[in-house]
Design a protein around this ligand. Sequence first.
Ligand code: SAM
Length: 223
Amino acid sequence: MLYIVPTPIGNLEDITLRALRILREADVVACEDTRTSGVLLQHYQIETSRTSFHAFNEAAKADHLIARIQRGETVALISDAGTPGISDPGFSLVRAAIQAGVSVEVLPGATAFVPALVASGLPSDRFVFEGFLPVKKGRQTRMKALVEESRTMVFYESPHRIQKTLDGFITLFGPDRPACVARELSKKFEEVVRGSLSSVRVHFSQEAKVRGEFVLIIGGKTG
Ligand code: SAM
């Protein structure tokens, strides 16, 4: 059996009882970064052996993990934070498991975009998750493709690109489009900034060096 197990995006309490049990009972925990996950596992006194599963060994490692499951082992996949497969390694392993006829169970749990979307106060009945925009090639094309989008849009963004990204969307969508930036959710410096794209941009221009983890939410086109 392959279990996909969400882990906290900040606050270590944000993990389910079932996730802890699965991590404890699994034969091996496949981690995006064994040292990062070591902190969480140690915190909960989970001594299950760990192996790495990250963007650079995904394909080769997927076959190896599937073979272990086919021998009767239980593998639990976790990423550095949140739900594996959501802007994190996981997709290829789930697909390989399905193709190999191996059972996959995905536990519900922490992910950054859901609390950000709900906290934004923007319509959440229909939305589109865009994840990270391409860093260079294809970035403008991707952004322009959203000009007519009427659903609420959700992006992941890094601290050193958030201001530039806001500038780009102000140019494309206009300064008055409703937006929200959710920073450091569930952590000590959690902050949710709501307003127009331009007012949110002004908020961050007051910081010399922007830090933290960000989810950007932008209202869809209306009228
Ligand atoms: N798998 C994760 C999930 O389920 O949300 C996402 C992993 S992705 C590599 C990391 C990005 O998620 C960050 O750059 C940021 O955009 C977002 N993120 C993760 N933790 C966050 C937090 N505590 N507050 C705000 N955004 C966060």
